[in-house]
Ligand binder design. Sequence first.
Ligand code: 5GP
Length: 201
Amino acid sequence: MTSSKGMLVVVSGPAGVGKGTLCRALFAQWSGLEYSVSVTTRKPRPGETEGKEYYFRTPEEFFKMIEKNEFLEWAEFCGNYYGTPKFHVEKILQENKTILLEIDIQGAKQVKKQYPEGVFIFIVPPSYEALAERLRGRGTEPEDVIRQRLDKAIQELKNISDYDYVIENDEIQTAVEKLKSIIIAEQCSVKRKSLFFKEGP
Ligand code: 5GP
């Protein structure tokens, strides 16, 4: 017989590769895991709601949370702050469930130091052009911010060797299936199980 241990999954990669879309599509199709809602100082985009995509906070509130050591990790990204609240992650892991964090590369590095046994998945764009098109197509950021995000993305692609898996986000449904398959395979991995066999009669 076996019993599971909690599992932490980090989905990371340059901004604009569609990590958010990919994770949302996964959660819409599968309830096999929990999502870690981040805190951010960025303003909500149209359609985003408090507590669903993010907890939206002022910089002052965010810095207070840092002082109180409430983040598992946090990072500054293009002028805004983003952080993963520690409490929820720890609770889910204690319940032996799987939790997914969709965070940037700096944050993923911090998480890896604390949870080296986590599953680290890197999302890459099919091409530079596709990434540029995605960032522009969003239509929510001015051109200088888009340029800044593109430059950063090129630098960030060099971090791939720190990860366990890579998924090219070309066709969304294919990418969702790959992500789900990786998580299921890891949930079944012997190294993540406590094995206890009863002696014979
Ligand atoms: P966006 O502003 O487009 O929602 O997110 C910008 C970047 O911040 C994305 O790369 C996203 O993955 C990352 N991000 C979102 N939440 C967190 C978090 O809690 N911590 C870190 N380090 N990055 C985050």
